[in-house]
Design a protein around this ligand. Structure first.
Ligand code: SF4
Length: 340
């Protein structure tokens, strides 16, 4: 029989890595697919240097397994899933069940267009409260013509077409169930993986801080629209909203400052001149009094916090920069509820 070709959804987590490995061990031709949603996955448009692979990313996993990986940008289409999930959100803004359905549908279309025989995911029965329950796994598999195999829990599920047809030996698949990670760790060790990723993380939508910031953005723009730049900024730095008409994005360290620097052409930015300090961006529409408050906050987060007069440079896009001397805001004036 000619070796079958399967397409595995590679998230960068351990489960999909093991699922792929189980099939590689059976002599099946395996390739991976990873979707970039804006909040998870690898952005194919930003991968200029193929050697710069982040540890425990989808590309890293593919490299360990020596398989080809297809990176697909679905960030635009994913907006519909995020804005209006039919099955709702998880603990944060993560629409996991809708997201899984969306990704499996996309992967299945890719499979049909590219001559793969079946689809594989690293899903484990009972592992996730939303998308990996006994009653939700069939919802995810709907419309895949019985070609979706979950090798890690296959023995607990009805045999799929690839098993019934003998493309895959069901006896060599697993019966993992529930939230424990022990069987996965044991299997990783059995396969000789010295270094392996933790459970699939890396989705910003499961992060409570990121979720709070995204909700704040939507609320203050009166729209759920967002760009990839918005997401990049929400992941970076401190965010403070001292007044409802604007928020400040304040670098916490050199790495944040380097990222914020790239946005100085789009936002009003502030920088402490007389002391080392952060780059600060203003997001919103502001008047002179707002800028003065932003400058006092910029001074507070720099090394001149205890001085009475700190020089701050203000740079507006397409305008001359100017300096302001301000007194840093005091601990008492800085309100906790400004932090987003
Ligand atoms: S955590 Fe949920 S929303 Fe995020 S990528 Fe995974 S399934 Fe999708």
């Amino acid at each position: 029989m000619q070796a079958k070709k399967c397409l595995v959804l590679i998230s960068g987590g351990l489960d999909s890595m093991l699922a792929a490995k189980l099939l590689i061990e059976q002599g099946i031709h395996v390739e991976g697919i990873n979707f970039f949603t804006g909040f998870s996955g690898e952005n194919p448009n930003l991968i200029e240097n193929q050697n710069a692979i982040k540890l425990h990313s989808a590309r890293w996993v593919a490299k360990q397994l020596a398989i080809k990986l297809h990176l697909i940008d679905v960030a635009n289409d994913f907006k519909c899933v995020l804005f209006n999930p039919h099955f709702g959100y998880g603990a944060n803004l993560n629409p996991c069940l809708d997201c899984k359905i969306f990704m499996v549908k996309k992967a299945f279309a890719y499979l049909q267009q590219n001559g793969f025989d079946f689809l594989v995911t690293g899903e484990v029965l009972g592992q996730r409260p939303m998308s990996q329950r006994k009653d939700t796994l069939p919802i995810v598999a709907k419309d895949t013509e019985d070609l979706l195999l979950r090798p890690l829990s296959a023995k607990l599920l009805a045999p799929t077409l690839p098993e019934r047809e003998g493309w895959v030996d069901r006896k060599l698949l697993c019966d993992f169930n529930g939230r424990t990670r022990k069987p996965q760790i044991a299997l990783a060790k059995k396969f000789g993986f010295q270094d392996f990723p933790q459970p699939a993380g890396g989705c910003e939508l499961t992060d409570p801080v990121f979720t709070r910031r995204l909700k704040d953005l939507w609320q203050h723009r009166s729209s759920k629209e967002y760009s990839l730049d918005d997401i990049a900024l929400l992941k970076t730095a401190r965010h403070l909203r001292p007044r409802s008409n604007f928020k400040l994005i304040i670098g916490r360290d050199e790495s944040d400052n380097v990222k914020l620097q790239k946005y100085q052409a789009q936002y009003i930015s502030l920088l402490c001149v007389s002391y080392p300090g952060p780059i600060v961006l203003i997001d919103g529409t502001v008047n002179d009094d707002d800028i003065n408050l932003a400058a006092r906050l910029t001074a507070y987060f720099g090394k001149g916090r205890h001085d009475n007069a700190v020089l701050i440079k203000i740079k507006k896009p397409d305008a001359e920069e100017y300096n302001l001397t301000v007194k840093p805001i005091s601990e008492q004036e800085l309100l906790k509820n400004w932090y987003i």
